[in-house]
Design a protein around this ligand. Structure first.
Ligand code: ADP
Length: 495
């Protein structure tokens, strides 16, 4: 689909060398001021063509050697000439004196690159060929430098980093839509672009911190509307869980394989009861595959009959197993939430009855996420109020390896939780004007989310109660005029 994005104006221009040595290592091409003006004002929608004070141009060469670059004007370039540096000339297979056709290009604005795989190499042979490049720093640098620039598969780009000139080749570009990542021919680099580095085998460059770069890049900018999901506070925790559990899942296997890092298959949310662990895990499961995740409860899974519990655990994974068998790599991700996991995964040998029943269950769980025939398509989210009771074996790498502590909400978190739980009554005018949620948030130090919800319920019960005439229960209720007042909330606090 080469037509997409191209303007209709093309000019024939003569290739010349970069006008000065100092411009040899930039990614701009240069033309004369009058040609520059022509490019800038031509095209049906010039505003789209201009990026800063430059024009984005594809250079089209016979045989479709394409180069998308930005063009600037320079006084040393004559009309009808286009000055390309050595890398640009090599890439488009043109030499000084060649005639090429230049077309204005409307950068695709509808998508940005979600992932960019860059192969790094030096521009020239270097004495020191054992350099370590930090992927985190590099990604930030590239994002800043090439922000809003069009990149095309196969394109070679020069850049200077800490005094050395490198060249990168764009090897792969993907853009994510709601469900999966699609390979694209070109896109624009944005702050959300997730950049993966590869080192050209001959370069001797070693890339470090690839994993950190991956996790710091993606989802960094995604703001989930937690309030809308009914979750108060916990913004950072939610983002952390989402990033650790799902960032890698969005990318296709050939990408994640190159990273050499396996998906996180289990995480543990721990902290005081009623702080929103279940709530959050459930919403995350839903966000991910649009349906309710499976939630089981430790004590429920524990069956009185020996052997029955292990069957319960096996059943939990049955759907995921079937899906994996049927669809392999294409299988959905199955989120399994295990509430009160400490009930079945207490330190082995510490079981009350000493029968070793629990050991069998723990082993069963571990086999499913970590064993020889482990499932690749599950995410087990364990939850506990008592992390100290858990069997250490469960927390090893490859198992419930990401630990996220969910604490009691701070004042701002409490305010959000109170807003969430009073939102409906407010919409329906049942909340009296004197209710000051900010003040209630300030007065509820050390309350958990569940306790705050309890306060709201209690306040509502006081309001209901006021409408009931105890002397004459047959008297019709005045439904319209129920108001939950600040006083009701204060009474609720006392309960
Ligand atoms: P946990 O799993 O941490 O014990 P839950 O998620 O089961 O706690 O919380 C119980 C209820 O308390 C939730 O269903 C929700 O109504 C309320 N709640 C707890 N934490 C929050 C929160 N952070 N935001 C909104 N509601 C909360």
């Amino acid at each position: 689909n080469l037509d997409q994005g191209f303007g209709h104006n093309s000019s024939t221009m003569i290739v010349v060398n970069t006008p000065s040595q100092e411009l040899a290592f930039t990614n701009f091409a240069y033309c004369s001021a009058s040609d520059f003006r022509k490019f800038a004002i031509r095209g049906s929608n010039p505003a789209q063509v201009i990026v800063g004070d430059s024009v984005v141009l594809p250079l089209v060469y016979p045989l479709f050697a394409l180069l998308y670059i930005q063009i600037l004007h320079h006084s040393n370039v004559s009309d009808g000439q286009i000055a390309l540096n050595a890398v640009q000339r090599r890439h488009t297979k043109v030499s000084a004196g060649d005639q090429i056709s230049v077309i204005t290009f409307f950068p695709p604005t509808t998508f940005s690159l979600a992932l960019l795989t860059l192969e790094l190499d030096y521009v020239k042979a270097k004495a020191n060929r054992n350099e370590e490049l930090d992927a985190v720093v590099l990604a930030q640098h590239l994002q800043k430098k090439f922000s809003n620039q069009v990149m095309t598969i196969g394109q070679k780009v020069l850049f200077e980093f800490l005094g050395t000139n490198y060249i990168f080749t764009v090897n792969q570009a993907l853009v994510e839509d709601e469900e999966k990542a699609n390979a694209i021919e070109r896109g624009i680099i944005t702050n959300d672009t997730y950049i993966v580095f590869e080192a050209a085998s001959s370069s001797g460059i070693k890339i470090i911190n690839q994993r950190e770069a991956a996790s710091s890049n993606i989802f960094r900018q995604k703001n989930f509307d937690l309030q809308n999901l009914g979750i108060g506070g916990l913004g950072e925790e939610f983002t952390q869980i989402f990033r650790r559990a799902f960032a890698s899942r969005i990318f296709p296997p050939h990408v994640t394989n190159k990273m050499g890092i396996k998906h996180v298959k289990g995480m543990l949310l721990y902290g005081p009861p009623g702080t929103g662990k279940t709530l959050m895990a459930r919403q995350i499961g839903k966000l991910l595959n649009g349906r309710e995740p499976k939630i089981v409860n430790g004590p429920e899974v524990l069956s009185k009959y020996v052997g029955e519990t292990e069957k319960n655990v096996r059943d939990l994974f049955a759907d995921a197993e079937q899906d994996q068998r049927a669809r392999g790599d294409q299988s959905d991700l199955h989120v399994i939430i295990f509430d009160e996991i400490d009930a079945i995964c207490k330190s082995r040998g510490s079981t009350r009855d000493g029968t070793g029943v629990h050991d069998g269950i723990v082993n069963q769980l571990l086999t499913k996420i970590d064993g020889v025939e482990a499932l690749n398509n599950v995410l087990l989210i364990g939850m506990t109020n008592r992390k100290d009771l858990l069997d250490e074996a469960l927390l090893r790498p490859g198992r419930l390896e990401v630990l996220v502590e969910i604490n009691l909400p701070d004042e701002n978190g409490r305010l959000q939780i109170l807003q969430i739980h009073t939102n409906k009554m407010k919409e329906n005018s049942f909340l009296a004007a004197d209710v000051n949620l900010q003040e209630l948030a300030a007065r509820t130090r050390n309350y958990s989310g569940a306790e705050l919800e309890g306060v709201v319920k209690s306040a509502v019960s006081f309001a209901y109660n006021r409408q009931i005439n105890m002397d004459d229960l047959t008297k019709p209720l005045d439904e319209e005029n129920i108001k939950v007042t600040m006083n009701d909330f204060l009474n609720g606090l006392q309960e």
